[in-house]
Design a protein around this ligand. Structure first.
Ligand SMILES: Nc1ncnc2c1ncn2[C@@H]1O[C@H](COP(=O)(O)OP(=O)(O)O)[C@@H](O)[C@H]1O
Ligand SMILES: [Mg+2]
Length: 419
C-alpha cells in the first residue's frame, strides 16, 4: 500500500500547518450548509465566508486534496470528485448535482459535496468548455463545491477566482516535513537518522507527497535509513536516472516535469535514450504511446536543428518536449507506485553493434587487399557472392579460409556474411 494513502490525515487535527485553510473551510460550510455543532464550534469563526465556492491554491503535496477529504469526513458528507472529463461529458455532473438529499441519507450521509481537484489542469488541454462547465456548476449547485489548484493565477482562471474564495495554502517547512517523516518511521518500526530525513525534506522542497514516496522507496526491503545510504544512491548514476524518470512520468504538471531538466546534473543525451526505451514500460495504451513518441520525435528534430545551427538556446524547447511532453499525455492513467524502469537495451546493442562494424571493416579490408579490388566493390558485390556461397553449402571453404586469415572465429564470419 502506498504510504501517502496510508498516512493521509483523516481529520482536520492531523493536517499540519494549514490553519487558515481549515478556518475558511469551516466558517464557510458551517454558516451556509449543514454541519455538526461540535465541529463548527471548534473550527469555524463567527463570521461566514461569502463565496459560491472555495478554491484551495498551493504547490503539490501541501494538503489540498487531503483537507477536502478530511472536511467531508468531519461533517459526514459524501464527497464526489469530478475531473475534467466528467465535466466535459456532463453526464455524471448532472446526475450528481441534481439528485436530492433524501437519497443521500440512505447511506448515512448528511449531504453531498463536490471536489474539483486540480482545476488548473483544465487549461492544459485547450479545455475552455470544461472551465465554463465548472463555473456553471458552481453557480447552480445547491451543495458545497470546493476546488484545488496548484497555480490558479493565470488570467484564464480569473472567472474561477472571481466566484470563489481563494485560500493560499502554506508551503511546508523542512522541519515540518521531517516531523511527519519521523512519525511514519516510528509507526513502521524503522530506524531513520534525522539527517537522512532532513536530506529527503531538502530534496523534495516542501512537497510532502514526494517526501513520503521517497521515504517509502528507501525503506522498501530495509528497516534502516541512514544519510550515508541516501548519499550513495545519489552518486549512483543509474539510480539517479531512475529517479529522474519517475519524477517525469509521475509529474502532474507540465512545469513539474520540465523542472528535472534544470538540475545541473541532468544529462539530456543519456536521458533521451532512457526515456525513449521506458515509454512502453509506462504507457500501455496505444494512444498514449503515440503521443509520447510524437513529442519525442519533435524534440529530436529540434535537437537536429540545434546541432546544425549551434543555436543552443533552442535546446530548451526540445527539453520541454522530452520531459513535459512525455509526462503530460492526454488521458494519462494513474501510474503504479513503483515502476521498474529497465536499463536501456540501446546501450547494450550499441556496444554490440560497434563490435560487428569493426569486424565487417576488417573483413572488407582483407578482401580488398588480397583480391586487389576497392572496398566498395567488396561491400556492394563480393559480400553477397560470399554469402550466397555460404548459403549454398560452400561454407567450409569460405569460412575456414577467412577465419584463418582474419583471426576471427568461423561463427562470427558466418554471422557477418549471412546478416
Ligand atoms: N498539511 C499536511 N499535513 C499532513 N499531511 C500532509 C499535508 N500535506 C500533505 N500531506 C501528506 O502528503 C500526501 C499528499 O497530500 P495531498 O493533500 O494529496 O497534496 P496536494 O496538495 O497535492 O493535494 C497526503 O497523503 C499526506 O500524507
Ligand atoms: Mg491533490
Amino acid at each position: 500500500m502506498l504510504w501517502v494513502e496510508k498516512y493521509r490525515p483523516k481529520s482536520f487535527d492531523e493536517v499540519v500547518n494549514q490553519e487558515e485553510a481549515k478556518e475558511v473551510l469551516a466558517s464557510w460550510i458551517c454558516h451556509k450548509f449543514k454541519a455538526p455543532r461540535e465541529f463548527c464550534s471548534k473550527w469555524a469563526k463567527k463570521r461566514s465566508v461569502e463565496a459560491k465556492a472555495i478554491l484551495l491554491a498551493g504547490p503539490p503535496g501541501t494538503g489540498k486534496t487531503t483537507l477536502v477529504h478530511a472536511l467531508a469526513r468531519e461533517i459526514n458528507y459524501e464527497l464526489i470528485e469530478l475531473n475534467a472529463s466528467d465535466v466535459r461529458t456532463g453526464e455524471r455532473v448532472k446526475q450528481t448535482v441534481g439528485r436530492g438529499i433524501r437519497e443521500v441519507s440512505l447511506f448515512g450521509y448528511v449531504g453531498r459535496m463536490i471536489l474539483f481537484d486540480e482545476v488548473d489542469g483544465l487549461h492544459a488541454r485547450e479545455d475552455a468548455g470544461g472551465l465554463e462547465a465548472v463555473i456553471e456548476i458552481i453557480e447552480t449547485a445547491k451543495i458545497p463545491v470546493v476546488m484545488t489548484a496548484n497555480n490558479p493565477y493565470d488570467s484564464k482562471f480569473r472567472p474561477l477566482r472571481e466566484i470563489s474564495h481563494v485560500v493560499n495554502l502554506r508551503e511546508l517547512s523542512e522541519k515540518e516535513v521531517v516531523a511527519v517523516l519521523m512519525k511514519i518511521c516510528k509507526t513502521e518500526r524503522a530506524q531513520c537518522e534525522e539527517e537522512a530525513l532532513a536530506a529527503i525534506a531538502k530534496s523534495t522542497a516542501g512537497d510532502l507527497r514526494a517526501a513520503i514516496n521517497d521515504l517509502q522507496m528507501y525503506l522498501t526491503g530495509d528497516r534502516v535509513l541512514t544519510l550515508d545510504k541516501i548519499r550513495r544512491d545519489e552518486r549512483n548514476p543509474q539510480m539517479s536516472m531512475f529517479k529522474v524518470l519517475d519524477k517525469v512520468y509521475k509529474a502532474r504538471w507540465f512545469s513539474e516535469a520540465v523542472k528535472v531538466s534544470s538540475s545541473p546534473s541532468f544529462d539530456w543525451e543519456q536521458y533521451f535514450t532512457w526515456v525513449l526505451e521506458t515509454i512502453p514500460t509506462v504507457y500501455k495504451d496505444l494512444e498514449l504511446l503515440a503521443e509520447a513518441y510524437d513529442n519525442l520525435s519533435k524534440a529530436d528534430m529540434f535537437i537536429g536543428v540545434v546541432k546544425k545551427t549551434q543555436e543552443w538556446e533552442l535546446l530548451r524547447y526540445a527539453l520541454e518536449l522530452v520531459t513535459g511532453g512525455v509526462s503530460q499525455v492526454r488521458n494519462k492513467p494513474r501510474l503504479p507506485p513503483f515502476i521498474k524502469y529497465g536499463f536501456p537495451q540501446r546501450f547494450l546493442t550499441m556496444s554490440r553493434l560497434r563490435e560487428v562494424r569493426k569486424r565487417r571493416e576488417l573483413l572488407a579490408r582483407y578482401l580488398s587487399t588480397s583480391l586487389h579490388v576497392s572496398r566498395s566493390v567488396v561491400n556492394t558485390e563480393l559480400v553477397y557472392v560470399l554469402s550466397a556461397l555460404v548459403k549454398m553449402g560452400q561454407e567450409k571453404i569460405v569460412l575456414d579460409k577467412l577465419s584463418k586469415a582474419l583471426g576471427v572465429n568461423t561463427l562470427d564470419i558466418r554471422d557477418l556474411l549471412t546478416k
